[in-house]
Design a protein around this ligand. Structure first.
Ligand code: G6Q
Length: 549
């Protein structure tokens, strides 16, 4: 617990919080084996379904009383009011004085969501139409490169929220993508990223999307300038930039300064947080890959989950339930992390995407009041696709000393039917959740004829909780619902913790710190007394040895 010495935030003083603290002592002594044995219908009873997603949360260390208390905590902490404030367009990002309206990005035309008295839904649809028009022209070859050739390669340059969503969505929807086009993503300022991403590409057939909300981010602007040099190095004509570069940004001034015609800029707005922007114009690469119809279907999936979150009673509300369960383990049972384990190779970047969504949103130690929190906030999210993870870190999940709640994600139908593969994949998913929950007792191990000295090593304690999210198949709609499920689960957690889930001062810090050291590495300035002795010694060593010494 990080007490931080400040005044207790009201959350820990609510009757529900106190009741949950006492209740956790009962739950610590209960095993999932007992909970299932005492309630044959538990597996079907503790499940909920919405927007194409079936959530089985029965393998959690909870009773009906736990749920009642968690739902009461949500009420007492004002979750409903926070949700209403977000959907209404209130400036709930208080430290930046901004509304938080990613839900407007998928609102159907005809809805009204006001920012400073102005309905933003028509603007959203006008940008969507502009994106569609552009994507259709690129995809059918009407948009030509500088030498008259069609575009065959798309390279998105962005970082953080302007990269992780697009990469994840491209990988997730690869099945629906244009296979005769190449899509690559450059984020790291490490020159290796740009070099490898452009290896083998012909500039005359390549389109760069410079994706940056601010259009000032060091990594993105450095990569963008390198891309321009690379392109002009091959095409040798400044006017080629107009055919090979488009921008996605909120900052028209900087886009124009870079030399991109603002007619080729796709706009979004400061009420869209970077990590909540994959369904804005930041998704231009996604739309180029899968086409406008699939992109619209993805938005419909997002919207279906938004509507469910906004209207379903909390006890049947998937994001609320998942948020409360994450909070339960984090605040009352001492868990530090949540593992996200998609049993689908197309979702291989989903854990990385969620890492930013969850950890940049809820990695905060200061409450909205300005006081330090006196409870744990955002858990670490991590994971890998199954079954690969089973052959590496699952050992710790099964027999380690840490409590790690897991989210398993699976599909009833494969996108690539291949012999028995999908049944084998899904059998593994179900077997893992079962083994984690129920384990294997010493007697069961003995009954298998295992020698006594090995019995303790081959015993599985079980009682390790998991959610299972099951959907029919990985479609664009389902991807939208799944991302929105996590967005709103993260929202639920942040709302209860009374933190600002929508700022990111830690990221801003990184953006300014390096600026001070750059001239010292490049030789214009010496590392003065402004650094500690460790940093100064590292800078001196680098200067002496870099560029061949
Ligand atoms: C996201 C963060 C951060 C941001 C990047 C890129 O919520 O703010 O990850 O997306 O730092 O910023 P730009 O889009 O402004 O380049």
């Amino acid at each position: 617990m990080s007490s931080g010495g400040g005044a207790a935030a009201p959350l820990t003083n609510t009757p529900a919080w106190r009741a949950l603290e006492a209740h956790a002592d009962t739950i610590r002594n209960l095993h999932l084996r007992q909970l299932f044995a005492g309630d044959p219908g538990r597996g079907e009873r503790l499940a909920a379904e919405a927007a194409g997603l079936y959530l089985d949360y029965s393998k959690n260390r909870i009773t009906d009383e736990t749920l009642t208390l968690l739902l009461r905590l949500a009420e007492e902490a004002g979750l409903r009011a926070r949700m209403d404030a977000m959907f209404r367009g209130d400036k709930i990002n208080v430290t930046e004085q901004r509304p938080v309206l990613h839900v407007a990005l998928r609102a159907p035309m005809g809805e009204s969501i006001l920012v400073d008295g102005q309905n933003v839904v028509p603007q959203v649809h006008s940008v969507l139409r502009k994106m569609e028009d552009f994507c259709l022209r690129v995809r059918d070859g009407a948009w030509k490169g500088h030498t008259g050739k069609p575009i065959l390669n798309v390279v998105n340059i962005g970082i953080g929220g302007s990269d992780l969503g697009p990469v994840m969505a491209y990988e997730a929807l690869r099945h629906y993508s244009r296979r005769d086009m190449t899509f690559r993503f450059v984020s790291n300022i490490d020159g290796t990223d740009f070099t490898e991403a452009t290896r083998g590409l012909r500039a005359e057939e390549t389109l760069f999307i410079i994706s940056s909300k601010t259009f000032t981010t060091l990594e993105t602007m450095t990569n963008a300038r390198t891309a321009r040099d690379w392109c002009l190095g091959a095409l040798r004509d400044e006017s080629a930039v107009a055919r090979h570069f488009v921008a996605v940004s909120t900052n028209a001034g900087e886009v124009a300064k870079f030399g991109i015609d603002t007619a080729n800029m796709f706009e979004f707005w400061d009420w869209v947080g970077g990590r909540y922007s994959m369904d804005s114009a930041i998704g231009l690469s996604t739309m180029l890959a899968v086409g406008p119809a699939h992109f619209r279907a993805m938005l419909a999936g997002f919207h279906a989950m938004d509507e469910h979150f906004r209207t379903a009673p909390f006890e049947r509300n998937l994001p609320v339930l998942m948020g409360l369960l994450a909070l339960w383990y984090n605040n009352f049972l001492g868990a530090q992390t949540v593992a996200v384990l998609p049993y689908d190779q197309y979702l291989k970047r989903f854990p990385a995407y969620l890492q930013q969504l969850a950890m940049e949103s809820n990695g905060k130690g200061t409450a909205l009041s300005g006081e330090p929190v006196n409870y744990q906030t955002g858990p670490v999210y991590w994971g890998e696709p199954g079954t690969n993870g089973q052959h590496s870190f699952y050992q710790l999940l099964h027999q380690g000393t840490k409590l790690i709640p897991c989210d398993f994600i699976g599909f009833c139908e494969p996108l690539n039917p291949l012999g028995r593969h999908h049944d084998l994949l899904t059998a593994n998913l179900f077997a893992q959740t079962e083994a984690l929950a129920f384990g294997k007792t010493a007697d069961e191990v003995r009954a298998e004829g295992v020698p006594e000295r090995l019995v303790p090593h081959r015993t599985f304690p079980g009682n390790r909780p998991s959610n299972t999210i099951l959907a029919q198949r990985l479609t664009p709609e389902i991807l939208g619902s799944l991302v929105a499920l996590y967005e709103h689960s993260v929202f639920t957690q942040g709302a209860l913790w009374a933190i600002d889930s929508f700022d990111q001062w830690g990221v801003q810090l990184g953006k300014v710190l390096a600026e001070r050291i750059i001239p010292q590495l490049e030789g214009q300035a010496s590392p003065g007394p402004s650094h500690d002795s460790s940093t100064s010694a590292l800078i001196r060593r680098y200067r002496a040895r870099s560029k061949g010494g």
